[in-house]
Design a protein around this ligand. Structure first.
Ligand code: ATP
Length: 316
């Protein structure tokens, strides 16, 4: 038995240029990407539409031929061991391409057959339970809701028990409740040891679900770190407070901060840098005006701020 790989997926200098077609120019969809996806992680590859996320996944899936660079899956180089490396990942595609006249049970069995999983080793029951479709096992797929279809695709991707599951924009077009259900299935799988790579342009999805986040923009990797350290990167907070009266003018001591008066002048909003300024200094400046603070709230930086900051910097 060989030891488990440190990284589930590892790419170096991965580059893809789509050739010019007709009057269209050539497109550099991936530009020299180095990326390791640690075994056991719940990893988000985040980026705006057209950033290169699907290209990345399709190269791993053997559906797009890279221009240069190397990629290995579960320590197997995709060029040298195309079959074995491909068998180490299950891919949940973006489109809900499901044959409407098959039932979930049939579909899982057919898929297992395609992967050459012997009947005795099939996990159809276990997978139906995992994706919450036991009671729909014999229903025609066309009668399944969008969320159920998406879960069925997750099940299909797992028939050959791959150690890595890749989800390409898994919740596009899925409503909030079903999205939550799908997230739960994905987290469960990860707890069982499956490495999860998901691409998304929903920041919320990456923020709630993943422990590590890479950001891709115009084919370039512009961030790759633990979610917590990514969120700490932007040293900025917003403090909003209301008072029992109205401000005549901006308190003098707040002039140095990035403060704005609310339109009705009953409150103030201050964006400050926690490493340089304490919230107490801001509160003290308000108190010196003689007004009493009646309500207070703070807003942390979220992934959206960081994402905008990084993609803007990248554009500049
Ligand atoms: N077959 C192709 N031929 C030419 N250009 C392509 C092809 N496939 C993708 N592209 C271009 O490559 C770039 C990256 O596309 P890709 O689909 O990888 O992005 P994405 O991040 O997955 O976006 P989305 O979330 O919209 O799918 C885009 O500019 C896209 O138009």
């Amino acid at each position: 038995m060989t030891s488990l790989p440190e990284n589930a997926i590892s790419v170096r200098g991965l580059t893809k240029e789509y050739r010019a077609q007709g009057s269209g120019a050539a497109k550099l969809a991936l530009d020299n990407v180095d990326l390791d996806i640690p075994r056991g992680s719940l990893f988000a590859l985040l980026g705006p539409n057209g950033a290169g996320k699907s290209t990345f996944i399709n190269i791993l899936a053997g559906m797009v031929v890279k221009t240069s660079g190397t990629a290995s899956i579960w320590d197997m180089d995709i060029d040298r061991e195309p079959r074995n490396s491909k068998a180490a990942i299950g891919i949940v595609p973006q489109e809900l391409n499901i044959d409407p006249f098959f039932t979930p049970e049939e579909m899982l069995n057919v898929q297992a057959g395609l992967y050459g999983v012997p009947k005795a080793e099939r996990r159809t029951e276990e997978i139906l339970r995992m994706i919450g479709l036991e009671d729909k096992r014999s229903a025609y797929a066309r009668t399944l809701s969008g969320g159920m279809r998406r879960r069925l695709l997750v099940g299909k991707a797992m028939v050959h028990s791959p150690p890595i599951l890749v989800l390409d924009e898994p919740t596009a077009g899925v409503d909030i409740e079903l999205r939550q259900q799908l997230w739960e299935s994905v987290v469960d799988l990860n707890k069982q040891g499956v490495t999860i790579l998901l691409t998304t342009h929903y920041l919320e999805e990456a923020e709630e679900l993943c422990d590590r986040i890479a950001i891709i923009n115009h084919g370039k990797l512009i961030a790759n770190e633990e979610k917590s350290s990514l969120l700490r990167r932007l040293d900025s907070k917003t403090l909003s407070l209301r008072v029992n009266g109205t401000f005549e003018e901006m308190p003098a001591d707040l002039a140095d901060y990035n403060a704005t008066l609310l339109e009705d002048r009953t409150g103030i909003q201050v964006t400050y840098t926690p490493s340089k300024t304490h919230a107490g200094q801001i509160l003290e400046a308000i108190r010196t005006t003689g007004l009493e603070i009646t309500d207070i709230s703070t807003e942390e930086t979220d992934l959206e701020d960081i994402f905008l900051q990084l993609t803007r910097r990248d554009a500049a």
